[in-house]
Ligand binder design. Sequence first.
Ligand code: SF4
Ligand code: MG
Length: 334
Amino acid sequence: EKPLLEIRDYRLNFNTFDGVYHALDGVNLSVVAGQSLGIVGETGCGKSVTVRNVLGLLPSPPADVISGEILYRGKDLLRVDQKEMQRIRGSEIAMIFQDPMTYLNPVFSIGTQMVDAIMAQQKSLPREQRKNKREARQHAIAMLEKVHLPNPEKQIDRYPHELSGGMRQRVLIAMALSGAPKLLIADEPTTALDVTIQAQILDLIAELVEDMGLSVILITHDLGVVAKICDRVAVMYAGQVVEYGSVDDVFTRPRHPYTEGLLRSIPHPGRPPESLSGIPGFLPNLLSPPKGCRFFERCPKALEKCRETPPRISRPEKGAEALCHLYSEERGDA
Ligand code: SF4
Ligand code: MG
């Protein structure tokens, strides 16, 4: 199947006061229509940075794209003009973030903001296809219904601070989906919410994937969330995808030592959770990345060559990828 979105050999630096920060190093990922991809890893591993430029959200400078392509239906999003990006934003691809309050304006009602968003989304449509304000408001109410906001005709005239965190995230999801995008990118959409509300929002996303045939990229540090909603998973470490495969496969047979550590860190009933990553140590400083494997300092299985030689992507099996010398050796082409 042809991917809807494909990120290829993506390298990105940030030029900082302290030097060049090597944020992404050769990231490869893809999402097929109707599927959902989870991107997991510790804070600072590059999960968010990987997807920000899908919608042109990383200002350059300081961001500096060194190589790669972000192909959406074959079109390179790193190289489209502003007008095309404007069209894609919302009507093809939409994004939601961790803290809904940051993206809602406190001085306008939900309805005003949704109608504005809907009006802005249709700018690229021919005039006769555009909704007027009244129709846009009807559409906004229908979208609020779709995300199960109770009593949408009433709630639409309320202000962001009058809603709970979970309701605000529903509003943002409704707003994101109001232009009927094909792809939703959700960057830690539930991290700021209570556990029970988190589960409801995740159920909602799962339902929308099913009902709207939506594809989702879900960024999270929570492996349980990925297990619940995603078909495929990419595990990131220090600006690289270190393991990539189907959720079933990666969760039952992790190949990369980092993935093994992450899986051990999932809390189990009756057993105290280990440290967040399950692995002692810290992410390497990407102002001067390690010469060999970026996980070397923390890896319980490290080989001598891992110190000096960076591993290349190996495909131990069809559809599975690992960035680790343990597998290149197996194939005898290290
Ligand atoms: Fe560990 Fe070596 Fe594999 Fe890196 S390449 S994860 S150090 S075994
Ligand atoms: Mg992030």
